[in-house]
Design a protein around this ligand. Structure first.
Ligand code: PEP
Ligand code: MG
Length: 582
């Protein structure tokens, strides 16, 4: 237990808000497997069957992807893994042992499959030895699926999740089981887990080194997602202070809620459209409640979690259609699967540099069947004419022309079959890689709109991993190169006749909002929880003034100068009631 005198841990403020609850340690990589007795054998058998089913489904998807990408020979490994899952002798043995010994299923699975493994390992045949690794994979997959199932049912009360690292999928999973906050040892501000936390309105502090050693299960924690602080086992004074703060924040939120139906218009009449970023359908309520003018970025990668694998065309169609109807008459911008990077790669490929690897459009063009299923689903869902389609990670003209011709083929196919769709559906690209930023004007001539993805743009422009807390100080949204690049994209994109928006987390930073408006953006898209704050700022500034501020920033040579100017602008021009809150 951490002593009261030094009970504050520091990290990166990744999602705003304050939460007070007991710690729940989630030590994910080390699966604690014990032979603890179980009371409900039927439940254990049911869990086993569900975990086997889920593992089979996962491997099925991996197999078909591997088949397309790597060819039949290498894909056979996964087919062999599926066959093991179907081996009646093995499964029967495991079931029988659970019934007889009444022990945790993961214990029996571990024990039984390890026997196979040892047998193979002791073989003189190198091929058999090699296969023992595959068996290890299967064993871990089943155990992981068994554990995940338990994870959900185990958390009964409100908790703060403390973990080494957390994936976007975990963040979603936990948000559904009473997680009030997140604390992680690793991670950066724009890691996807942080983004998901922000969009679900769950305070998070990441990059708190050693938090999993310093915090014990059951400790009371205060997560201060504004300042990146964790207070472990707070004393009475600290509790009173933070409870007061929570009360004030709630009052301020009530104030902001009054702006819901008011436009985000500057004091001199320039309107900025604020849309919402959406990772999960769960967030839609909050996004609408906070007054979003439609959805500027629907990330579809999370569908893999929702559907336990690749959703097929029909499943996707229903999802997109539902979203489009719920948001109508406002528009929704659905982004093609941005798989890879720190997001789910439903495929057992280890890449040395995932962020520079098989990601976004590269993955989609290599997995055409998957891409086509998404395009068809989106087109079919577009009949209300309020869907736009956005493509991630574009780096070259060739990619743009290739995906456009795939979309054309899909349209022709639908036409031939008399299936309705919006023939004028707007197509846009993410500008999040330096090459695309440089060629923004040329690329804009090919599409209807550009969406600036600062989360990646900053990482690629400054060569700093967005999810790595060690280098988080170098991840600077106000680096002069970033500000000038954004300006370049806006000017050249607009000159070419495209709409230009920005959907990176930078737009959720209250310091950045005046700058972005001043640089000439007409719309921004942010996490649901950030919408009221951005609106409040915009309604308090003069466009003519922030334009001058932006011009000054464009001439500055250091990050420090720019952020100081923006801070002093906010302090002197926006005397809002929020000042002492954050
Ligand atoms: C971005 O890169 O800014 C962006 C919005 O996309 P994502 O965070 O999903 O990579
Ligand atoms: Mg991106």
């Amino acid at each position: 237990m951490v002593k009261k005198a030094d009970n504050i841990l520091n990290g990166i403020a990744a999602a705003p808000g304050i939460a007070i609850a007991k710690a729940h340690l989630y030590l994910k990589e080390i699966y604690e497997i014990n032979g603890d007795p179980i009371t409900d054998v039927d439940e254990a058998i049911e869990s086993l069957n569900a975990a086997l089913e889920k593992s089979k489904k996962e491997l099925g998807k991996v197999f078909s992807l591997a088949y397309d990408k790597l060819g039949e020979k290498r894909a056979a490994i996964f087919e062999a893994q599926i066959m093991i899952l179907d081996d009646p002798v093995l499964i029967d043995n495991i079931s029988k042992r659970i019934k007889k010994e009444k022990k945790q299923p993961e214990y029996i699975v571990n024990d039984e499959i390890s026997k196979y493994q040892e047998l193979m390992n002791s073989s003189k045949e190198p091929y058999m030895k090699e296969r023992s690794h595959d068996i290890e994979d299967i064993k871990n997959r089943i155990i992981r699926n068994l554990k995940k199932k338990k994870l959900q049912s185990r958390i009964k009360e409100d908790v703060i999740i403390v973990s080494e690292n957390i994936t976007p999928a975990d963040t979603v999973l936990f948000s559904r089981v009473n997680a009030l906050g997140y604390v992680t040892n690793f991670g950066g501000l724009t890691s996807h887990a942080a983004i998901v936390a922000r969009s679900l309105n769950i305070p998070a502090v990441v990059g708190v080194h050693d938090s999993t050693n310093k915090i014990k299960d059951g400790d009371t924690l205060i997560v201060d997602g504004f300042h990146g602080e964790i207070i472990v086992n707070p004393d009475a004074k600290q509790l009173i202070f933070y409870n007061k703060k929570i009360k004030k924040l709630t009052e301020y939120d009530t104030e902001l809620a009054k702006l819901k139906d008011k436009p985000a218009v500057t004091l001199d009449g320039r309107e900025i459209i604020i849309q919402g970023n959406l990772d999960l359908i769960d967030e839609l309520g909050l996004t609408i409640q906070n007054g979003a003018r439609g959805l500027g970025l629907v990330r579809t990668e999370q569908l893999f979690q929702e559907f336990d694998g690749f959703p097929d065309e029909e499943e996707q169609y229903k999802y997109y259609k539902e979203l489009s109807e719920k948001v109508y008459p406002e528009s929704i911008t659905i982004r093609a699967f941005d798989i890879g990077g720190d997001k789910v790669l439903p495929f057992d490929v280890k890449e040395p540099n995932p962020f520079l690897g098989w990601r976004g459009i590269r993955f989609l063009l290599d997995n055409k069947k998957l891409f086509v299923s998404q395009i068809r689903a989106i087109l079919r869902a577009s009949v209300n004419k309020n869907i736009k389609f956005l493509i991630p990670m574009i780096t070259s003209m060739k990619e743009i022309r290739t995906f456009k011709s795939i979309i054309e083929d899909c349209k022709n196919d639908l036409l031939k079959n008399d299936i309705a769709f919006d023939n004028d559906m707007k197509i846009g690209i993410m500008i999040e890689v330096p090459s695309a930023a440089v060629l923004a004007g040329e690329f804009a001539e090919e599409v209807d709109f550009l969406s600036i993805g600062t989360n990646d743009l900053i990482q690629y422009l400054l060569a700093v991993d967005r999810g790595n807390d060690i280098v988080s100080e170098s991840y600077q949204e106000f680096h002069p190169a970033v500000v000038r690049t954004i300006s370049h994209i806006i000017i050249h994109g607009k000159n070419a006749g495209a709409e230009v928006s920005l959907c990176g987390e930078m737009a959720a930073d209250i310091l950045a909002v005046p700058l972005l408006v001043g640089l000439g953006l007409d719309s921004i898209s942010v996490s649901a929880s950030a919408i009221p704050y951005a609106k409040k700022i915009i309604r308090g500034i003069l466009y003519s003034e922030v334009k001058e501020i932006a011009e000054k920033c464009l001439k500055m040579k250091t990050e420090n100068e720019i952020s100081l100017l923006l801070k002093s602008f906010l302090e002197t021009h926006l005397k809002t009631e929020s000042q002492n809150l954050f």
